[in-house]
Design a binder for this molecule. Structure first.
Ligand code: G3P
Ligand code: CA
Length: 294
């Protein structure tokens, strides 16, 4: 492709499983994260929201309607109610964009994919709401270092409570780096599209690595500037397609670049060519295999 860039991480980019291995198992379920680790992901991405009774759960949307058999806002439901819902049976891997007809990462789903039917996932871990604590325990108990890219959702609705609760919980695991400590002291980075949310994290935990997520319109509006304290740039892959020079610019400023959501081999090639530091993907097994062919 011909784009060159200073690579901050000299090795291959980290493979970060977006909502778990979410083409193989329902997003944000324990099963999706176990599959991601088994697929060779280096890091796990998740979104966190607060329940009505103050628990952090891994759910992307403001409402549970798309990913469960229930209805309503996560913030209006108690954990006990979320525990009753089925977060698995909606998921049909064969319908995932870029997934149908692919070989290799359809390991668990071949039969159903051929039949065009949703996959039956018998395990409770594939249908139960995932608390952040359970995900942290999975990472903490894994034999090798697993990094966590935790995105705080809805900074306005939660008015800072989600960031406070997150930092308190990470502190229980010893994962809040102390001032002066290197970022590698923690396996966690906190991500957000909101500058206000990152500012709050920075106030609560000044040495915690943070990722400023950017969509193309944000990149255009801000000219790629990162807020003070944001250690890492988090552009969408669309930004790299149209503004590939951004990677070199951020690298020259000492900022690693974590790109989302990289599911297509051509985008993965672009990321490798530009020397990005992490790719966030729904297809960690496929991207790991791509990496191994190089
Ligand atoms: O990893 C960043 C990416 O997850 C941001 O978008 O909507 O999938 O949370 P979204
Ligand atoms: Ca996310």
């Amino acid at each position: 492709m011909g784009h060159s860039s200073v690579r901050i991480a000299p090795a291959a980019p980290q493979i970060v499983a977006h909502r778990g291995a979410s083409t193989e198992a329902p997003e944000h379920t324990y099963a999706a994260y176990v599959a991601a680790l088994e697929a060779g992901a280096d890091a796990l991405e998740c979104d966190v929201r607060l329940t009505a009774d103050g628990h952090l759960v891994c759910v992307h949307d403001g409402r549970v309607d798309r990913t469960s058999n229930g209805r309503g806002r996560v913030s209006a439901l108690e954990l006990a109610r979320l525990e009753e819902l089925d977060f698995g049976s909606w998921h049909a891997p064969a319908d995932e964009p870029g997934f149908a007809g692919e070989q290799g990462d359809a390991r668990d789903t071949e039969g159903a994919e051929a039949a065009g039917e949703p996959v039956e996932l018998p395990d409770r871990d594939a249908s139960r709401v995932l608390t952040l604590r359970r995900l942290l325990d999975l990472a903490a108990g894994h034999p090798k270092r697993v990094e966590l890219a935790i995105e705080v959702k809805h900074p306005t609705r939660y008015a800072g409570r989600v960031e406070r609760r997150l930092i308190e919980m990470l502190d229980e695991y010893g994962w809040v780096p102390r001032p002066g400590q290197d970022a590698s002291a923690t396996p966690v980075r906190v991500m957000s599209f909101s500058r206000a949310a990152l500012r709050r994290v920075h106030r609560l935990a000044p040495a915690m690595p943070t990722v400023f997520l950017m969509e193309p319109f944000m990149y255009r509006t801000l000219g790629g500037a990162l807020p003070a304290g944001a250690a890492i740039a988090g552009p969408s892959v669309e930004i790299l397609r149209t503004r590939p020079e951004c990677v070199e610019r951020w690298h020259r400023a000492g900022r690693p670049v974590h790109v989302w959501t990289v599911d297509e081999p051509a985008d993965f090639d672009l990321c490798l060519d530009l020397g990005v530091d992490a790719v966030i993907t729904n297809r960690p097994r496929r991207m790991r295999a791509e990496l191994e062919t190089r």
